[in-house]
Design a protein around this ligand. Structure first.
Ligand code: BES
Ligand code: MN
Ligand code: ZN
Length: 511
């Protein structure tokens, strides 16, 4: 049953593009596809190239400009039907606002509006001529890359049958030098799609074993990636009592997935990503009410981002070593599940009193954090839908970031800012450490409820003392909230931007 459903789901083909993207270097007046989206820069202002295009299509834009009817505000669009041109059927005028106010976020909004209008036009081929407009503090590379990612993100649908039907080819305007930006955009878009489709896959299908299959698939697909799966029996032998305690109530066996991407010399220390992969979080014997439980299939978003980031690193041949670890389990209640008060022994040797079996993410992560010491990592970043407190503290805009190394925290903040997938750093103040003191073990798994996002980070920090480490709590950003449903793909863009930064960005693709 599960397999039959899975075969219908799009993540099976999730890393092949929904749309085909190519770079178009010909000037806008020579555009030759069904639909051309052109920027209107502020008050009825068109570029010289667009004026020449306008002449070729009979001057509709000039007349609209004369009446002051071109869209001006970012996000405003106007679809103009074209008659008598050999290939162009529609021109979409896209408001981009005035240059002085054209921030990266404004550009993203403009790109979204443009792609929505293109989809609505029902065309098969479209050219986006917006990547050449100036954007504050962003270069050409960024604009081309962002145009691809935005277009693809907008066209993602979990169900294949719901994909925008007509659109197949999107041409993005750019210089010859933008080839790399296009490649990066396509790889990032594919990673976002993989992240989202894994996360959106229902929890009766997307189990730890299913994620293991995906990880093995990534290892088969890229010669530079090898995947190994640590099964429960081996966890037992290693002494991973913390992760084992989480899956104990479930019929689905827990799995620790380890993907090794080798893009640099073998002696180069790797960047390690660790994703929380709770494929469903009922709360265990501290069972959640339906209101809190119904979206808990998304509790594996960290693992999804990790798998997608490793695959993207391999696809781009980044000159780095990256290890991706996904700590996967299903948190179910029942007679065999952990009780409040149970004490387990983690791989680190530290014992943990499990006061609340619903604070399970830190339990699967702590064993993974200890496990990755063996790689001698340059940096370890864990990604987890860890606490509801992150939404209370930060809302939807910024993931929560904590770290034991300020340079790493700064690098991640910058990457998030650049990729429009932002994170905000929270402190790890020593005074809160006493919340984790236990009378029966070295640590307890929850605090007193205050600073819950920070206390969860402090629990993890106890297991990350021997290397440079950062923690991203993405409960608030990895999925939509309220009436809206679906995975956002975050923080995959942040992670990839960070990896690209580490790789130095300018290297030969397909070297
Ligand atoms: N997976 C949840 C965190 C979560 C909550 C993610 C809401 C997305 C949306 C996590 O395992 C959990 O249950 N956290 C508890 C911890 C508490 C028991 C200390 C929480 O934050 O409520
Ligand atoms: Mn939980
Ligand atoms: Zn959870």
């Amino acid at each position: 049953m599960a397999r039959a459903i899975a075969d219908d789901f799009s993540e099976v083909q999730a890393d092949s593009p929904v749309l085909e993207y190519s770079l178009v270097t010909t000037p806008v007046e020579d555009a030759r596809c069904q639909c051309v989206a052109v920027p209107v820069a502020g008050e009825q202002t068109l570029s010289e190239g667009v004026w020449r295009l306008d002449e070729k299509i009979g001057g509709p834009l000039r007349q609209l400009a004369a009446r002051g009817q071109l869209p001006a505000e970012p996000g405003d669009v106007l679809q103009v039907p074209v008659f008598g041109h050999p290939s162009i059927e529609t021109v979409i005028a896209v408001g981009t606002g005035v240059p002085a106010e054209r921030t990266a976020d404004v550009f993203a909004r403009v790109a979204e509006a443009a792609i929505d209008a293109i989809v609505a036009a029902g065309v098969r081929t479209a050219a986006l001529y917006i990547s050449d407009i100036d954007v504050i503090e962003r270069d050409d590379y960024w604009r081309v890359r962002q145009a691809v990612v935005t277009a693809d993100t907008k066209c993602y649908r979990f169900r294949r049958e719901a994909l925008p039907r007509a659109l197949e080819n999107v041409f993005i305007s750019g210089s010859e030098g933008s080839k790399e930006a296009l490649e990066h955009g396509i790889a990032m878009a594919a990673a976002m799609r993989l992240t989202r489709s894994l996360a959106d896959t229902p929890p009766n299908v997307c189990t730890p074993s299913y994620l293991a299959d995906v990880a093995i698939g990534i290892g088969r697909r890229f010669v530079s990636v090898s995947t190994s799966v640590i099964e429960e029996q081996q966890m037992e032998q290693l002494g991973m009592g913390a992760i084992l305690s989480v899956g104990r109530g479930s019929c689905e066996p827990s799995k620790l997935l380890v993907l090794t991407y080798s893009g640099a010399r073998s002696e180069d220390p790797p960047i390690v990503l660790i994703g929380k992969g709770i494929t469903f979080d009922t709360g265990g014997n501290s069972i959640k009410p339906l209101s809190g439980m119904k979206r808990m299939k998304y509790d594996m978003c960290g693992a999804a981002s990790t798998l997608a980031a490793v695959a993207a690193a391999a696809r781009l041949d980044l000159p780095l070593n990256v290890v991706g670890v996904a700590a996967c389990a299903e948190n179910m209640p029942g007679a065999t599940a952990t009780r409040p008060g149970d004490v387990v022994s983690s791989l680190s040797g530290k014992s943990v009193e499990i006061i609340n079996p619903d604070a399970e993410g830190r339990l699967v992560l702590c064993d993974a954090l200890t496990y990755v010491q063996r790689f001698g990592p340059a940096a370890v970043i864990d990604i987890a839908t860890l606490t509801s407190a992150s939404l209370v503290a930060l809302g939807r805009s910024h993931s929560a970031l904590m770290a034991n190394d300020q340079e790493l925290a700064d690098a991640l903040s910058r990457a998030g800012e650049s990729a429009l997938d932002r994170a905000w750093q929270l402190p790890l103040p020593a005074v809160e450490r006493k919340q984790l003191a236990s009378s029966f073990a070295d640590l307890r798994n929850i605090g007193d409820g205050t600073a819950a996002c920070i206390v969860a980070g402090m629990f993890l920090a106890e297991f990350a003392e021997s290397y440079s480490w950062a923690h991203l709590d993405v409960s608030n950003t990895a999925k939509l909230h309220g009436e809206d449903v679906g995975a956002t793909g975050r923080p995959t863009m942040l992670l990839l931007e960070y990896l690209l930064d580490r790789a130095g960005k300018d290297y030969d693709i397909h070297a």
